[in-house]
Design a protein around this ligand. Structure first.
Ligand code: PEP
Ligand code: MN
Length: 339
């Protein structure tokens, strides 16, 4: 951290400030300029409250040099985190995982049909929402516990591990017992009570980027989970809200590159919620492979026109099959393996 003060600061006050920083274990590089005094603080400054320091009328400016996330930071953990679930390795730089399934679990027939269909074309995971965060309280809210049971049935039938969204801290135990990867949706990225509870378990967490979250805010949410002791976090870029209205969201492909540089955590892309329109999903999935994502989570429905949620962005089973064919062909060029 760099603190810039006025040159008119009383010498005694400056010495007191420096003594306080030293007491906190920090070293100080002091530069006395013509117009200002610059203090370079060396050491762990995470506990310093920059806003409070700025209240001092002698302090002109504060610049943070270190990122506020530590456990998620590649600087302190240079090797990629690899999350293993069943046969899948997420984040090893060699595998491209595909999580596929409907937005919501709607019925036994629907989830089994989709699960068997995606399994046939090739998928590493079955996705499906049992608890749905809907904008309108009048929209289908999900089958809840019954949905979880149906997902488990689909897992038994296909051997595909399941990914499903949690919305509330009180369900962490249930999800921990029943689910293979717990999804935190965009709307709950900053539900800190939920993140803290998820930090207490060891189950992999798929953390979606918030609707308008910066990369740093997203990584700070990962930090919440990791600070509690759960280091199994997979980041998911699912498009952000911008001024553009043609697509449902704007897929921030460059965020994948940025996050890969800043963090050691695996990153997957959700092309479905990014686009909101099914015909864009396949090209965006190929872009995910090209940009170096560790996989995708994609919505697939046996009958998109009659889906209870997100039908417009859902692939049907034949579109999914063609996606997998293209992904497999392209994966060779990018040194990635799709199981
Ligand atoms: C979903 O995956 O169905 C979902 C609700 O996604 P998001 O949280 O990204 O909107
Ligand atoms: Mn959806």
């Amino acid at each position: 951290m760099v603190i810039v003060t006025k040159t008119t600061i009383a010498e005694e006050k400056l010495n007191m400030m420096m003594a306080d920083f030293r007491e906190k274990g920090l070293d100080i590089d002091l530069i006395r300029g013509k117009d200002s005094i610059v203090m370079g603080l060396v050491g762990d400054t995470h506990a310093l409250d920059a806003d409070r320091l700025l209240l001092d009328p002698d302090v002109e400016r504060i610049m943070r040099v270190q990122e506020p996330f530590k456990k998620a930071n590649r600087k302190f953990h240079p090797n990629n985190t690899v999350i293993e679930v069943g046969n899948a390795k997420i984040g090893d730089g060699k595998s491209f995982v595909v999580m596929a399934g409907p937005c919501s679990v709607e019925s036994k027939n629907q989830i089994l049909t989709v699960a068997k269909g995606v399994k046939k074309s090739g998928a590493s995971f079955l996705r499906g929402g049992a608890y749905k965060p809907r904008t309108s309280p009048y929209s289908f809210q999900g089958l809840e516990l019954e949905g979880l049971e149906l997902l488990k049935e689909a897992r038994n039938e296909t051997n595909l591990p399941i990914v499903t969204e949690i919305m509330c801290p009180s369900l962490v135990e249930t999800f921990n017992e029943n689910v293979d990867i717990i999804q935190v949706g965009a709307r709950n990225m900053q539900n800190f009570d939920l993140l803290k509870e998820l930090g207490k378990i060891q189950k992999p967490i798929l953390l979606k980027r918030g609707l308008s979250a910066t990369i740093e805010e997203w990584l700070m949410s990962a930090e919440y989970i990791m600070a509690g002791g759960n280091h199994n976090v997979i980041l998911c870029e699912r498009g952000i809200r911008t001024f553009e209205t043609y697509t449902r969201n704007t897929l921030d492909l460059s965020a994948v590159l940025a996050v890969k540089k800043m963090s050691h955590l695996p990153v997957v892309i959700d092309p479905s919620h990014s686009a909101g329109i099914s015909w864009m999903v396949n090209p965006l999935s190929l872009a995910a492979l090209a940009v170096g994502a560790d996989g995708i989570i994609v919505e697939v429905h046996n009958d998109p026109k009659n889906a209870l949620c997100d039908g417009a962005q859902s692939l049907d089973l034949s579109q999914y099959e063609s996606l997998m064919t293209k992904l497999r062909a392209m994966s060779v060029h990018f040194g990635k393996e799709i199981k």
